[in-house]
Design a protein around this ligand. Structure first.
Ligand SMILES: *[C@@H]1O[C@H](CO)[C@@H](O)[C@H](O)[C@H]1NC(C)=O
Ligand SMILES: *[C@@H]1O[C@H](CO)[C@@H](O)[C@H](O)[C@H]1NC(C)=O
Ligand SMILES: *[C@@H]1O[C@H](CO)[C@@H](O)[C@H](O)[C@H]1NC(C)=O
Ligand SMILES: *[C@@H]1O[C@H](CO)[C@@H](O)[C@H](O)[C@H]1NC(C)=O
Ligand SMILES: *[C@@H]1O[C@H](CO)[C@@H](O)[C@H](O)[C@H]1NC(C)=O
Ligand SMILES: *[C@@H]1O[C@H](CO)[C@@H](O)[C@H](O)[C@H]1NC(C)=O
Ligand SMILES: *[C@@H]1O[C@H](CO)[C@@H](O)[C@H](O)[C@H]1NC(C)=O
Ligand SMILES: *[C@@H]1O[C@H](CO)[C@@H](O)[C@H](O)[C@H]1NC(C)=O
Ligand SMILES: *[C@@H]1O[C@H](CO)[C@@H](O)[C@H](O)[C@H]1NC(C)=O
Ligand SMILES: *[C@@H]1O[C@H](CO)[C@@H](O)[C@H](O)[C@H]1NC(C)=O
Ligand SMILES: *[C@@H]1O[C@H](CO)[C@@H](O)[C@H](O)[C@H]1NC(C)=O
Ligand SMILES: *[C@@H]1O[C@H](CO)[C@@H](O)[C@H](O)[C@H]1NC(C)=O
Length: 641
């Protein structure tokens, strides 16, 4: 345990300018300490931003340093802590300097409580008690800005996107369909049945580090869910059999993964080689969304299979009953894992941060809600009740993610990580797309999610130079804001660099899919009500509807129709951005360059193709085009040999 070494000194940094304001920095430790493994050097709270720096004794490679404080109400919550990051080494000592700079004005701050140093490699934890009252200096803390005014008012579904997303030969949907199937049971040396290759950037890829030629549990389950949708829709025997075989192979491969003798974090193990043995090297593990989405895909498959005349025995032996058929049936094991492990923190869908994640909770919740019904249907009442209890327990925690101060659903309930102080992330729309259980809990038109969507999508306006340059296509039609994973992203597709984060195809497609789905949900509800919380959504995405807080608009009223028209128009505008930045060969990488829009990162990312298909499926559904998915499904596909 460290102790504060020196008396408190206060230094004043004068900033120049007409409205010069001074920042007070409180120094607790003026020179290199002689003892203590974690010693706070100084801190300031200036203009709403808390800066800290600390001496950290370099005891091992993997270290985690966290500062705990109390908010304006004097409370310590999972949000009132900050991760510090390595800054520099301290010459002629074993210390390193770790720092943080975080806007904390929304939660406010009263006191620094303690700084804790977790030497991850050694399993040792050190801390220093601080009990320092924080006094604000500098400019007054800002208040939460309002979302911007809309830069365009697109309306209705457009022909260019109808053609782009058509199921006819030559469309992007057809290309995505073919290119997605090329990555399922891929013809890659060493690949076994049932695996999906995440992308086509192997060891020769730029950095040699970001090699995507693996089977990721997440990516595979979300891809195979698309195959399941095709299977469900298919009315042509040959094609139906193809999808069914692919899905049974996938189920078997998932069971193989569960039985790998070298799992390091149980079923939350994130990735496997293409021979379907565990990737054993250091990685962000566990990722506990994978078992949930694998389970969702297989439950949906079992339902479709039975509906198409499949037999119960096959479902038990090849999908559900892991207890009696552990080598071949993965579903029950994944469901029980989710039920008993959902409270544990795990790495997020971008594999970057261990915390309690909205996306992970949503897909876990959906798996459990569907799982309880599924187990009941198979007369497994004990499992049904285990899953139902866990589902109820998750449901009761979901409100944690709403942050009234920020007016958003937080992507994670925990401290600012990797400088993501906006707390905005594609993980929220993706959590709804993949985790909405159809029971009214966090559905597309939830007022909190609508508010989040405005702040999330507009957060990229000042981030990507391509948007500043190009807001319309050559016919003058509106391009939606290019959408990335999160505004603070610095990953450029192969490494991290300052201002390196790019828009991604799959996150831009997710926004279009979300808007198409929200439109359909308003329509099926037959009315919409504007609340204080959701008003910003209508102001941005449907300003011409002129709706007011507290009013309900019935289906077919002028305002209602105007909202629907505008939301559909924006869905197409975001898809048009994808169209605009898709190369002529119709292949999709992971991302496109923030400066010039050229494709970047992993080639042929399977999830990019899947995201085009699911958005197209939702668009067709919203347009009441019931034959769209079937038309595509009935084509069948060329199997890889
Ligand atoms: C806080 O840190 C930021 C980022 O390093 C820096 O720009 C700013 O000047 C710091 N403020 C003070 C008061 O030291
Ligand atoms: C630091 O403060 C947090 C928040 O109050 C508390 O949960 C934690 O136990 C404290 N750690 C130490 C080592 O005092
Ligand atoms: C923390 O500081 C406050 C005010 O300076 C004081 O009243 C309190 O006793 C201190 N608590 C501890 C645990 O030192
Ligand atoms: C800086 O801190 C000192 C001592 O706490 C205080 O007297 C002074 O007003 C502060 N200056 C500003 C600009 O906040
Ligand atoms: C699976 O592939 C990996 C990577 O190529 C290799 O290291 C491992 O030995 C293979 N395992 C088996 C059982 O073939
Ligand atoms: C059920 O399906 C399995 C696997 O496809 C098959 O072997 C079995 O004969 C079927 N049983 C019945 C009763 O149809
Ligand atoms: C929950 O996770 C732990 C750690 O991976 C594992 O040991 C345990 O078996 C899991 N629970 C279930 C039901 O799988
Ligand atoms: C569940 O039990 C009911 C009533 O005994 C029976 O009709 C049904 O076939 C059983 N379902 C399954 C999947 O075994
Ligand atoms: C767009 O670029 C212009 C000129 O380079 C610049 O003045 C303006 O601030 C930029 N706007 C945005 C939103 O980035
Ligand atoms: C990504 O960042 C790395 C590290 O800065 C750099 O070497 C590489 O050229 C960048 N890649 C692209 C495509 O910009
Ligand atoms: C809406 O919320 C804002 C800020 O939270 C508040 O100032 C305003 O009074 C609220 N309006 C209504 C109609 O509730
Ligand atoms: C809305 O208008 C359409 C077209 O006029 C009509 O078919 C539909 O029944 C109306 N729906 C309601 C709920 O009034």
């Amino acid at each position: 345990m460290g102790r504060i070494q020196a008396g408190v000194a206060v230094g004043v940094v004068l900033l120049s300018g007409v409205y010069a304001q001074s920042c007070n920095t409180t120094t607790l430790q003026a020179s290199t300490p002689s003892s203590g493994n974690v010693v706070l050097k100084d801190f300031s709270y200036c203009g709403g931003t808390l800066n800290t720096s600390a001496y950290i004794n370099n005891l091992a490679y993997n270290k985690k340093v966290t500062l705990y404080y109390t908010n304006a109400q004097g409370q310590a919550t999972p949000l009132t802590s900050i991760g510090l990051g390595y800054d520099s080494s301290v010459s002629s000592s074993n210390y390193e300097l770790w720092t943080s700079s975080t806007p904390v004005y929304i939660d406010g701050i009263q006191q620094l409580l303690n700084i804790t140093y977790d030497v991850v490699d050694n399993n040792q934890v050190y801390s220093q008690q601080l009990n320092q009252t924080v006094v604000a200096s500098g400019k007054p803390a800002p208040t939460l800005p309002s979302p911007p005014k809309p830069y365009a008012t697109p309306k209705g579904f457009s022909d260019d996107i109808t053609n782009f997303l058509d199921n006819a030969a030559g469309s992007q949907v057809r290309a995505s369909f073919t290119k997605m199937f090329r990555n399922i049971n891929p013809a890659v040396a060493g690949a076994v049945d049932g695996v999906v290759v995440a992308g086509r950037s192997g060891p020769s890829f730029e950095s040699h580090v970001t090699d995507y030629e693996y089977d990721w549990v997440r990516d595979s389950s979300l891809t195979m869910e698309v195959v399941q949708q095709l299977y469900d829709a298919s009315s042509k025997a040959g094609a139906t059999t193809q999808y069914q075989n692919a899905l049974f192979k996938y189920a078997a491969a998932r069971a193989t993964e569960q039985n790998d003798p070298n799992l390091q974090t149980g079923l939350g193990e994130p990735k496997f080689y293409l021979n379907n043995t565990i990737f054993e090297k250091p990685w962000g593990r566990p990722q506990n969304d994978g078992p949930a989405t694998a389970a969702i895909t297989l439950m949906e498959f079992a339902d479709s299979y039975l509906k198409k005349g499949g037999n119960t025995t096959a479902v038990l032996q090849k999908i559900y009953d892991s207890m009696n058929y552990p080598k071949t049936a993965p579903l029950k094991k994944d469901l029980l894992f989710v039920a008993s492990n959902w409270t544990s923190s795990s790495f997020d869908l971008w594999e970057e941060e261990s915390s309690d994640h909205f996306y992970t909770r949503m897909v876990q919740r959906k798996a459990l809600v569907l799982g309880a019904k599924f187990a009941k249907r198979f007369n497994d009442s004990q499992t049904a009740s285990t899953l139902q209890s866990a589902a109820d327990a998750i449901s009761s925690t979901m409100s944690q993610f709403w942050d009234v101060g920020r007016q958003i659903v937080l992507y994670e309930y925990g401290p600012v990580l990797l400088g993501k102080s906006s707390y905005l992330d594609a993980a929220v729309p993706l959590g709804v797309i993949h985790g909405y259980a159809g029971d009214g809990v966090y559905s597309y038109t939830n007022e909190q999610l609508l508010s989040t969507m405005v702040r999330y999508t507009t957060s990229f306006i000042n981030v990507y130079p391509i948007f500043n340059k190009t807001q319309k296509d050559s016919s003058g039609q509106t391009l939606g804001v290019p959408i990335g994973r999160y505004p603070e992203d610095v990953y450029n597709g192969s490494a991290t660099e300052a201002n390196g984060g790019n828009p991604w195809y799959l996150t831009t497609a997710a926004v279009s899919q979300y808007l198409y789905a929200a439109s359909a949900e308003f329509t099926s509800a037959g009315k919409l009500t504007v609340t204080n919380t959701s008003k910003s959504f209508f102001d941005y995405f449907a300003p011409d509807a002129g709706v007011n807080i507290g009013q309900t608009y019935q289906h077919n009223s002028t305002q209602f129709n105007s909202v629907i028209d505008s939301v559909n128009g924006w869905g197409d505008a975001f898809m048009r951005t994808i169209k605009y930045y898709t190369p002529s060969d119709q292949s999709l990488t992971e991302e496109f360059d923030r400066d010039n829009g050229t494709p970047q990162g992993c080639a042929d990312l399977t999830w990019s193709y899947a995201s085009i298909l699911t958005s197209a499926f939702q668009r067709a559904k919203t347009r009441n085009n019931k034959k769209f998915v079937q038309g595509l499904a009935n084509l069948g596909y060329t199997e890889n040999s």
